[in-house]
Write a new protein. Structure first.
Length: 453
């Protein structure tokens, strides 16, 4: 095996060295998961549920440690990191309620009875991104384990530390050996082997649309199941009848949270022309007030970007012709810092409006009326999330139905609740995670007819 260094993005210091699995190590992990699958499948639903609750309790007991790891590894603010560890815990608790609720059907037929079962797939390979390492991992492995599958999980190369810790906690909680494994390494080695190995029956991937398409193409060769949560270019639509003060005060958090490294980031703010100038006046102090700095401090609201290479990519969106309305502050010195930035796009083809920046840059543009707002919001290949600000309930419902996105909030920027479905339209993904049906996404429906004549 080779090794890779883990860098603290706030200080640029090496904080750990992690072994990167080679192909033989990946195959061995998949084989172990394959051998463990029958035993886990046959574990009584109530016993599976108890073990997941114990796993959740182990995460809860380790929450501060997990959060501190994420602050150092990912540059997330302490508050965010605590929420993320808590979300992983909560997803496990919620998933613990699923094994005993994977209910089949009894279908009326002539000459007998007909029943359906939700059978686990077997081995599930989960590929996790670097922007939210703990929650997105749990969204996959929680329901997959609940449904009776074994899991091999690959964390992002830049952010492996909390996933490796979660694997330790699973063993401490009493999960059977090899039911849940974490294998660090390159996507071209570990992730690609999930796609090609015949024992892996489903791949769950969160990341870029480009890579998601490659994974989907590879899985097609074996008709392998996939869940894909990909890019986003979400719109925050502010109508003239909205509470402008609240809409402007909350807009920075909707796009600059996690330094904009969020596929649900509301990176396009569409404002009705009649209130456009007033909204910008209210937005400027809110943006300048975002506290950017040491992510380990309780008061910090935005940390650094994940790497220097990513910072350069984000900076490439600010071309000499880009009209910057105003910016916030950022620290000087070491760290991959980038100031919160508000731009005014010059036209519909402006790159800032069509591509996912994945950084703390937001475009603000006017619209005329409801139809114009819907047209602009849908003028993207993505469809993951978005917000609608209005005091008119009828308008809220009309626009919610018309906007092509999987997760919308009215007078709010909330995209994720572990007890409701999450996923995208168009090139933002395929399938749904979370919610009451999450475990079913990791099963096959089996139909059985029993003759009684």
């Amino acid at each position: 095996m080779t090794t890779s260094q883990v860098i603290n993005p706030a200080t640029e210091e090496v904080i750990a060295t992690v072994e990167a699995a080679d192909l033989a190590a990946v195959d061995a992990a998949i084989e172990r998961a394959h051998r463990a699958a029958p035993g886990w499948r046959d574990t009584a639903p109530g016993d599976r549920a108890r073990l997941l609750r114990r796993f959740a309790d182990a995460v809860d007991a380790d929450l501060e440690h997990l959060a501190a790891l994420e602050v150092r590894n990912s540059g997330h603010t302490l508050g965010n990191a605590r929420w993320e560890a808590g979300n992983a815990r909560d997803v496990l608790h919620y998933s613990a309620g699923l094994p005993e609720r994977l209910l089949g059907s009894q279908i009326p037929v002539a000459g007998g009875i007909d029943v359906t079962f939700h059978e686990p797939l077997g081995v599930v390979g989960i590929i996790v991104p670097w922007n939210f390492p703990m929650p997105i991992a749990a969204w996959g492995f929680g329901p997959a384990l609940a449904a009776g599958n074994t899991v091999v999980l690959k964390p992002a190369e830049l952010t492996p530390l909390t996933a490796l810790r979660l694997a330790e906690l699973a063993v401490r909680a009493g999960l059977p050996e090899n039911v849940f494994q974490v294998i660090a390494g390159k996507g071209s080695v570990v992730g690609q082997r999930f796609v090609t190995h015949p024992a892996v029956r489903k791949v769950v991937f969160t990341g870029s649309t480009e890579v998601g398409k490659q994974i989907m193409t590879g899985c097609a060769d074996q008709v392998k199941r996939v869940t894909l949560e990909l890019g986003g270019k979400s719109a925050n639509i502010v109508f003239g009848d909205a509470d402008l003060e609240k809409a402007a005060a909350t807009a920075p958090g909707a796009v600059f949270d996690n330094a904009g490294q969020d596929c649900c980031a509301r990176s396009r703010i569409l404002v009705q022309r009649s209130v456009f100038d007033r909204f910008l006046e209210l937005l400027e102090p809110a943006v300048r007030g975002v506290r950017v700095g040491d992510p380990a401090l309780e008061t910090t609201e935005m940390g650094p970007l994940i790497s220097n290479a990513h910072r350069e990519r984000v900076a490439s969106f600010l071309e000499p012709s880009t009209k910057v309305a105003f910016t916030g502050d950022r620290p000087e010195g070491p760290g991959f810092w980038f100031a919160p930035t508000v731009v005014l796009p010059q036209g519909p083809a402006d790159r800032i409006l069509t591509e996912e920046v994945f950084g703390p840059v937001v475009a603000v543009l006017p619209f005329e009326d409801e139809a114009d707002a819907i047209r602009i919001a849908n003028d993207t290949e993505y469809g993951l999330s978005g917000s609608i600000w209005t005091s008119n309930v009828g308008r809220a419902l009309r626009v919610s139905r018309a906007v092509e996105a999987g997760n919308l909030s009215v007078n709010s920027h909330s995209s994720v609740r572990y007890w409701t479905p999450f996923g995208g339209f168009k090139q933002s993904g395929l399938g749904r995670e979370l919610g009451p049906d999450a475990a079913r996404a990791f099963t096959e429906t089996k139909n059985v007819f029993i003759a009684t004549d």
